[in-house]
Design a protein around this ligand. Sequence first.
Ligand code: APR
Length: 236
Amino acid sequence: MSNIEKINVNDYQNIVVLTGAGISVASGIAPFRGPGGTWTEKDIDECATARALARNPQKVWDSFAFVREKSNKTEPNAAHKALAELEAKHPNTWIITQNIDELHQKAGSKNVIEMHGTIHRSQCMKYCSEPFVDREIKFHKCPKCGAPLRYDIVLFEESLDPKVMEQIYEVLESVDLFLVVGTSGIVYPAAGFVDMVSRTTKARIVIVNLEKLNYRGRVEQINGKAEEILPNLFAF
Ligand code: APR
């Protein structure tokens, strides 16, 4: 990693980091795509859509149970910790994460926007109450009304919370350093953020990913493991 030029974070006012499943791989949570990826083994239409949930809530529950189970036990890795340190030293830092594992918060990051919700809350499918903290791995029913439970996450075919999107667009409007870590850049709307930032701001855009990705626009790519690159990337 010594040949990677450090980013002097003091040169930037507003830092935003978009993260995806790749940042949690070193914590033992499988990614969605690529080797060992959940969607290389399971069918999205059967396991991760609004229609799948309506057909078979337990199947959807069981498909994501590994994320709850692993992240109940695992710890943030060096990449999560490097981003927490970045925020501690440069408070105007925001993380937009597609991850549902809460590992950024566990590492100490406070400015975290969870785009896709969290696996650590459940919601009654009859909406008899607010989502609640839930660590149970096995599929179970709502303790209040007995309806099936679902995770408080955004499935395919579901809309993202408009308040969350508003907050995301607000932080991206003034970004001058945009880091994109461990995401394949396939799932929208997150997949469109690089292009949007590239067109609408003068921000420096740096992608940190295991493999080279096919981005248009002005981006710098650093290829390798986030947990090895991020701890050495920032100069304060
Ligand atoms: N360091 C950096 N990058 C890594 C590492 C690592 N240690 N390991 C894997 N990667 C890269 C992979 O090469 C891949 O490009 O991380 C990326 C992970 O991509 P995905 O598995 O597609 O994860 P993500 O982009 O977060 O998925 C988006 O898809 O199913 C949905 O809702 C789910 O939020 C998820 C969304």
